[in-house]
Design a protein around this ligand. Structure first.
Ligand code: 0GY
Length: 291
C-alpha cells in the first residue's frame, strides 16, 4: 500500500476539560512521534505523522490533569522504538511503553526495554497500517515476552475478529484490545459482531480493553453520543479490565484532530461514578503498568 501523503496535526489549542481526573490518572494510550531530525520515521511506514515530541506530550498530560502516560509504539516508527524509549527514560517513572518488535530482537534488547519501562508489545492487524506478519512469528515473540510479565496489545478491525479470535485466545499472557475492538457504531451495541467481542472478553479473564478513540468511530462527531453507549457498556461489564487514553497526537486522522479536552470530558459519559472513574483511570492502568 502506498504511503498516505501529509498529515493532520494535533489540536493546536485544546480546551481545558471541565472534568477533573482523579489523582494518579493515567493516559493509557498515546504516542510520541519524532522529532524526525532525531528519530526519523520508518521507510516502510504507511503514513507520515507530524512531529509530536515527548515535551509536548508531557505538557499536555499536565494540562489535562493526568499524572502518567502509556506510550504505544505507532506504525510510522515501525520497529525503531528509540523515540518511545527516550520518552520513557525522561519521564521520571511517569511513563510506561508498549513496543513493536520483530523476532530478530535480542533478549538483551528486550531486557533493556523492560528496564526503560516497556511492559508490552503491540500486534497490529490493521491492513492499512502494517504489512502482514505470520502467526508463527507472533507466537514466538509472545512466548519470549510473556516471561517478562509483558502483555500483548492487539489492534484489529472488528470485522476481522472471527478470523483472529482463536489466535488471540491462545496467547500466553494478558491481551489488551485497542479502541474497544473498533465497533461499527452504526450497527449498535447489541449487534452480533459487538456481542461476539463482549463474549470473548467475558470468557477470557486475561483480556483487557481500551475504551478509547470515540473520535475514530463516531459518525455524529463530538460529543460522541453515538460512541458513548459502546464505551459505557464495556466499563459496566468489565470494570476491572478497562483502561482509557487520549490517543494523542491522533495519528492518521483523515479529517480534523480532536480537541483533547473534549475527549477527557467524554470520560464521565462512560464511567459515571467516581468509583468507576478511579478504576478506569487510576487503579486498572496502575495495576497493568506500574506493579
Ligand atoms: C492509534 C491508531 C492508528 C494508528 C496507529 O500504529 C499506528 O500507526 O496506531 C490508526 O491509524 O488507526 O492507535 O493511534
Amino acid at each position: 500500500m502506498a504511503m498516505s501523503a501529509g498529515y493532520i496535526p494535533f489540536h493546536p489549542d485544546p480546551s481545558k476539560p471541565k472534568y477533573a481526573p482523579p489523582a494518579g490518572a493515567v493516559d493509557a494510550h498515546c504516542h510520541v512521534f519524532g522529532p524526525e531530525r532525531k528519530f526519523p520515521y520508518a521507510p516502510e511506514r504507511k503514513y507520515t505523522p507530524c512531529d509530536a515530541p515527548k515535551e509536548k506530550l508531557f505538557a499536555l498530560r499536565d494540562f489535562l490533569g493526568f499524572d502518567k502516560n502509556v506510550i504505544v509504539q505507532a506504525s510510522c516508527h515501525s520497529k525503531d522504538n528509540r523515540a518511545m524509549i527516550d520518552a520513557l527514560e525522561s519521564s521520571n517513572n511517569k511513563a510506561r511503553g508498549v513496543a513493536f518488535v520483530g523476532e530478530e530482537v535480542t533478549d538483551a534488547e528486550l531486557k533493556a526495554m523492560d528496564r526503560a519501562g516497556v511492559r508490552g508489545v503491540r500486534f497490529n492487524f490493521v491492513r492499512r497500517l502494517v504489512d502482514f506478519t505470520p502467526r508463527e512469528v507472533l507466537n514466538r515473540i509472545a512466548a519470549r515476552v510473556a516471561p517478562l510479565g509483558w502483555h500483548i496489545v492487539v489492534y484489529f478491525e472488528m470485522a476481522d475478529l472471527p478470523e483472529l479470535e482463536s489466535f488471540f485466545t491462545t496467547l500466553p499472557t494478558t491481551v489488551v484490545v485497542d479502541h474497544m475492538g473498533t465497533p461499527d457504531v452504526k450497527k449498535g451495541v447489541d449487534h452480533p459482531e459487538n456481542q461476539r467481542f463482549h463474549r470473548l472478553m467475558g470468557q477470557h479473564r486475561n483480556f483487557w480493553v481500551k475504551a478509547t478513540c470515540p473520535e475514530r468511530m463516531t459518525i455524529a462527531g463530538p460529543p460522541y453520543d453515538d460512541v458513548a453507549p459502546f464505551a459505557k457498556r464495556l466499563v459496566e461489564q468489565f470494570p476491572e479490565r478497562v483502561i482509557w487514553g487520549t490517543d494523542w497526537p491522533h495519528p492518521n486522522m483523515k479529517k480534523e484532530a480532536p480537541d483533547d479536552g473534549a475527549l477527557v470530558d467524554f470520560v464521565p459519559r462512560l464511567a459515571p461514578t467516581a468509583a468507576a472513574q478511579k478504576a478506569l483511570l487510576v487503579d486498572n492502568p496502575t495495576r497493568l503498568y506500574w506493579s
